[in-house]
Design a protein around this ligand. Structure first.
Ligand code: PGA
Length: 249
């Protein structure tokens, strides 16, 4: 039985004041929730979040990392630096990184490797765009995104990783994939990994992301291959985020 994980992706939102209120509320109400919870915050807030979450079971994550360890890479942040703030998770290949910042499958694979090599758990985001879904190539696109990482990192690296299926057309749009649509893709992702290592595939957590709300979370999370969620907008509202966490139990 895979333990569910609910990870908040704050994106470029927050302020010292708002973060404190949000994290204190989530922290106060999360004990007793029998699922893993994480928050992926913007870099400048890592120290604040680390301090506010100290001693709680809520894990800290970042939203991106450099593929390099150190050097002349202005503006970049390495896995080693994230580790210094007790980051456990890091998003890799979020669709906004792929589409707005031009991150290729190959670069995403390098970032995945950098995370694993430094003891961070990458949350590898994959997903198709609307035209790709309408063109009937959803599974092909997701398989290609997965293959690029499997080939570079080796399937064994997925023992220390999480995958998040996020259909691009569902992110921030209010258009959620139906539970059946999401389940089909999650099942295909697991089958792709199972073809190489079935035991590993059984334990691999595959999250769904894209307009998850308290109203739709329970049905999504009840699908057999959906092991939790990657939550954007709803992770900024403590009551909503906690309701989604409760739906994962
Ligand atoms: P959303 O974002 O929940 O606001 O759709 C999800 C994500 O981008 O990770």
């Amino acid at each position: 039985m895979r333990r569910k994980l609910v990870a908040g992706n704050w994106k470029m939102h927050g302020s010292l004041k708002k973060n404190a209120a949000l994290l204190n509320s989530v922290r106060a109400l999360s004990p007793g929730l029998d699922c893993d919870i994480a928050v992926c915050v913007p870099y400048p807030y890592l120290a604040q979040a680390q301090a506010l979450l100290d001693g709680s079971k809520i894990a800290l994550g970042a939203q991106n990392l450099s593929e390099h360890e150190a050097g002349a890479f202005t503006g970049e942040v390495s896995a080693v630096m994230l580790g210094e703030f007790a980051c456990r998770y890091v998003l890799v290949g979020h669709s906004e990184r792929r589409s707005i910042y031009g991150e290729s499958d190959a670069l995403v694979a390098e970032k995945f490797v950098a995370a694993v090599n430094h003891g961070l758990v990458p949350i590898l985001c994959v997903g198709e765009k609307l035209d790709e879904r309408e063109g009937g190539c959803t599974e092909q696109v997701v398989a290609r995104q997965m293959s690029a990482v499997i080939e570079r990192a080796g399937v064994a690296a997925f023992a220390k990783a999480v995958v998040a299926y996020e259909p691009v057309w569902a992110i921030g749009t209010g258009m959620t994939a139906s539970p059946a649509q999401a389940q089909d893709v999650h099942c295909a992702i697991r089958a792709q990994v199972a073809a190489l290592d079935s035991g590993l595939a059984d334990g691999l957590r595959i999250l769904y992301g894209g307009s998850v709300k308290p109203q739709n979370a329970r049905e999504l999370f009840s699908q057999s291959d959906i092991d939790g969620g990657l939550i954007g907008g709803a992770a900024l509202v403590a009551d909503d985020f906690l309701a989604i966490c409760r739906a994962a139990i």
